[in-house]
Design a binder for this molecule. Structure first.
Ligand code: B12
Length: 397
């Protein structure tokens, strides 16, 4: 009751306009307001998504919490949604050449971890709002909150929900991070944008694994971004398609015509270090936990630890058929305590081929005990003797 009285004497439309101006000063690229009503349509989509087994497992599991702000916040009145751009072009990118092969980190993990950057911007906005409205209550979220950041951004008119699942802002494109704050302020909502993908299907056509199973529908289990973040042995049918990706995948955004010529460099925190965005693969194999923390600890690529990135480096070296990596891959196959790394090294050695790789696979077949590694060894031993012609045909598959 007290709160309602305290919030009575404001011109909310004027405050919203003032907030939009202030947001620019605070380094927020786009801001909008959504109602805090339940996301009923999204809930149905999420139920279907789950039934079809298309979740990644990284989402908040409670679908009621995901879609009903009132379960997360006492008497919510509006949700303020923000978007912050990130850099998409790597100037002076180091070349990946034989003997010095490099992997690739997705653009969303260049520079500082975006969770901290957006939380910082939201905190500044919260401080400003509290000065204006002392009775403010607020709960901010970036990525790890229960709400669908995209559904909120879409409702707040920041962009449309595109065929590649991304929220695309007509002005900024899709190289944007999203965050939001649920509030007790009855700010008037913005209007959602209409879909602007039209008949374009470039993203659906370009997805390397067919993970975009329909417009706006992603089977996360097939998405390379997801696969790079898992901790298990990557199913064989995806290994080639992962190429040299170490963390995340940008294909469905790179082909998007709206992103053409869009490269945002005004957020200093996201300025990429070329050696980290496109790191040498071989040194990654020997990284200690401490070195991993030092190099990648401040980035968004670090949250799953070093093992997935090392596994992906092994895959990248296999995909490059980097003969110079064979001795290190053999050491992994025969000595690494992590079965995921051993199984992946077995695959890479089979792909690179040669006498040393073949002998090591044969030796490992004698001593290895883990079922998944034994399977990978058996599959690689079949390929390691391929003739040049068989190898060429296999490459085409
Ligand atoms: Co992610 N990810 N992610 N991610 N991820 C988030 C979505 C977010 C919002 C994080 C953030 O900035 N705060 C950003 C997206 C920003 C933007 O849209 N502009 C983000 C990013 C940057 C990425 C990557 C680009 C990273 C990278 O590798 N470079 C890729 C992009 C892959 C892609 O989606 N094309 C990426 C990958 C992933 C994986 C690991 C694969 C999973 C699953 C992604 C997915 O479901 N598409 C993933 C997750 C889990 C999330 C997370 C934590 C939850 C997303 C989720 O719930 N997915 C969010 C943060 C958050 O929301 N808390 C970040 C389930 C789907 C069903 O829900 O995408 O939120 P949704 O729902 C929207 C659409 O799918 C659509 O409606 C919703 C509103 O737009 N929809 C539709 C749902 N069903 C249907 C059905 C039909 C018919 C239609 C038309 C539409």
């Amino acid at each position: 009751m007290m709160e309602i009285e305290q919030l009575n004497n404001y011109n909310w439309a004027a405050l919203k306009e003032e907030m939009k101006q202030q947001a620019k000063e605070l380094g927020i690229d786009q801001i909008g307001v959504a109602s805090a009503d339940p996301f009923t349509e999204l809930k149905q989509q999420l139920i279907r998504h789950r039934e079809l087994g298309r979740e990644s497992g990284f989402e908040e599991p409670d679908l009621d919490k995901r879609t009903n702000p009132a379960l997360l916040f006492d008497a919510p009145q509006s949700i303020i949604a923000i978007a912050i751009t990130y850099t998409s072009k790597l100037e002076d990118a180091p070349r990946s050449v034989e003997g010095a092969r490099r992997g690739f980190i997705a653009r969303s993990a260049w520079g500082m971890d975006y969770h901290h950057v957006l939380k910082d911007r939201l905190q500044k906005l919260e401080d400003w709002l509290r000065e204006k409205v002392p009775a403010l209550r607020i709960e901010s979220m970036v990525d790890t909150g229960a709400l669908s950041d995209r559904a909120v951004a879409e409702r707040a008119g920041l962009g449309w929900s595109a065929k590649n699942c991304m929220i695309i802002s007509p002005e900024l494109g899709s190289w944007i991070f999203l965050g939001e704050m649920i509030t007790n302020l009855p700010l008037p909502p913005d209007t959602p944008l209409t879909d602007q993908c039209g008949t374009c299907t470039k993203c659906l056509d370009a997805c390397p694994t067919g993970a975009l199973v329909g417009p706006g529908e992603l089977d996360a289990q097939k998405c390379i971004s997801f696969l790079t973040q898992t901790k298990r042995v990557v199913p064989e049918q995806y290994l080639r398609k992962m190429g040299n990706r170490l963390y995340g995948c940008d294909t469905c955004q790179l082909v998007c015509p709206v992103n053409r010529h869009k490269n945002w460099t005004h957020q200093p925190e996201f300025e990429p270090d070329p050696e980290l965005a496109k790191p040498l693969l071989l040194p990654l194999l020997k990284l200690s936990n401490r070195q991993f923390k030092e190099q990648f600890g401040h980035t968004a690529a670090a949250w799953r630890g070093k093992n997935p990135i090392q596994r992906n480096a092994v895959i990248g070296l296999g995909n490059f058929k980097e003969a110079g990596a064979v001795p290190d891959l053999i050491t992994i196959l025969l000595e690494d305590p992590r079965h995921v790394l051993r199984a992946t090294a077995a695959w890479s050695l089979g792909r690179i081929g040669g006498e040393a790789a073949k002998n090591a696979l044969g030796q490992a077949a004698e001593t290895e005990e883990h079922e998944e590694v034994l399977q990978a060894i058996a599959s690689s031993l079949k390929k390691v003797d391929y003739t040049a012609e068989e190898r060429r045909l296999d490459d085409k598959l």
